[in-house]
Unconditional design. Structure first.
Length: 431
């Protein structure tokens, strides 16, 4: 049954040389952006939707032109058809739907608009200010308790210390559009993604899907434009996997270590890639960057006040802070924690049980390829997102992107005959 489902998805993806699925993606994204612009209660989201809807609509129109070019020039390469043109369109739409709204909102915010950034942007910038002036990006529990009730939530900084780096430009140079932390989130994201795409060795059609998952997918474009802190972490993890696929484990360790220095969501990727490095005999070059960077950024806050780190990065996300986290999407972990006796402990127990199960799996059947590692990371993060007592729908971008990137990391020679041989039989090289 699973094989039939996989083959069915493959046929859908190949329809019209991938253009049919492209058209559906851009059309649905345009609809999502339009609905967001008209109905969202978050003003930064509405501003994003008003611009992104046009970007996605133009993308859908461009796909129709590509489809017309395919029908009139079938079997010949041309400017409007082929995977390279589809990839170029994906990058273009991603920039128009993500980067253009980001710049517009950053400029408006620098001009005095206070409704042009999500709360995490302000949190990261305050982390930068505290790091610059106090040596630690965190406030201790007693310092937060001394604040008025309506200010305590924004006093929490539930990120790793490395995230404060993105807030340093505004702390050092003042309020300009280019010091907005989202601009620097985007810079790191774009550089990391371009490098990852250049390293991806999979079939070009699958690389296009990988680009779309991170650049075009509405949740990704919305996040980079209005909040953005998850995108550089995700992009660095994808770069690390792409480097590992090319046997560049030293640089893979640096990339995933930088991601883990910014957010705990990258820690599972560190663990899985470490197992892969051990299985490949490359752990000596991988571990210094992968473990060294996250440990290094902990030194300043631990020297100043280790309790501040524990309060912000561990206690608050787990629901033990002075105020509740706004990350309360109705996933199983949240529902268990809120509605069952001892629910928080039960949710934590389930999370530990899943982690232990994956750990045993990694020991008994360690991944041998970056593709397998990406799949393990995807399912592991999905389980964590669903079982955490505080979580957001936007976090699903992590497993979705990892699942999309997994096949793009495998060299063409390693891809299943079932998947590609039938598709290319009798047609020579793919377009």
């Amino acid at each position: 049954m699973t094989g039939r489902a996989v083959r069915g998805l493959e046929r859908v993806d190949r329809a019209g040389s991938g253009l049919t699925a492209d058209l559906v993606l851009y059309a649905l994204a345009a609809g999502f952006a339009l609905i967001t612009a008209l109905t969202s209660t978050l003003l930064p989201h509405r501003a994003w939707g008003a611009i992104a809807a046009w970007a996605y609509a133009v993308g859908a129109a461009a796909v129709l032109l590509q489809m017309a070019g395919r029908f009139t020039a079938y079997g010949r390469s041309g400017n409007l058809i082929g995977d390279s043109a589809r990839a170029a369109l994906a990058w273009t739409v991603g920039m128009a739907a993500g980067l253009v709204p980001l710049i517009v909102e950053a400029v408006q915010r620098a001009g005095g608009r206070t409704d042009r950034a999500q709360e995490e942007v302000l949190v990261v910038e305050r982390m930068g200010e505290r790091l610059l002036h106090d040596g630690t990006p965190y406030l201790a529990r007693d310092a937060i308790a001394a604040l008025p009730l309506d200010e305590r939530l924004m006093a929490y900084s539930p990120y790793q210390p490395g995230m404060a780096v993105f807030g340093l430009p505004r702390a050092a140079f003042g309020a300009h559009w280019w010091t907005d932390s989202r601009v620097w989130f985007a810079v790191v994201t774009v550089v990391a993604l371009i490098a990852a795409v250049r390293l991806a060795a999979g079939p070009s059609s699958l690389v296009v899907r990988a680009i779309q998952a991170v650049a075009v997918f509405p949740v990704a474009a919305l996040t980079i434009a209005t909040g953005g802190d998850d995108l550089p972490v995700l992009a660095l993890c994808l770069l690390a996997l792409a480097l590992a696929a090319r046997d560049r484990f030293g640089w893979a360790g640096v990339a995933v270590g930088a991601a883990a220095a910014g957010k705990l969501f990258a820690i599972p990727v560190v663990v899985v890639l470490a197992v892969l490095a051990v299985a490949r005999g490359r752990w000596k070059v991988f571990l210094p960057g992968a473990i060294g960077l996250p440990v290094l950024v902990l030194v300043p806050p631990f020297l100043v006040d280790s309790g501040g780190f524990v309060e912000n990065v561990l206690r608050f996300p787990l629901g033990h802070g002075l105020v509740k986290s706004p990350a309360q999407s109705p996933f199983p972990g949240y529902l268990i924690a809120q509605h069952l006796p001892g629910g928080r402990f039960l949710a934590a127990g389930l999370l530990v049980a899943v982690a232990a199960t994956i750990g045993v799996w990694l020991i008994r059947r360690p991944p041998r390829t970056a593709t397998t590692a990406a799949l393990i990371c995807a399912w592991g993060l999905l389980a964590a997102i669903l079982l955490l007592p505080t979580s957001r729908f936007g976090y699903l971008l992590y497993p979705v992107a990892l699942l999309a990137w997994a096949p793009a990391l495998a060299p063409v020679s390693d891809v299943s005959r079932r998947t590609f041989s039938k598709h290319t039989a009798g047609r020579g090289r793919s377009e």
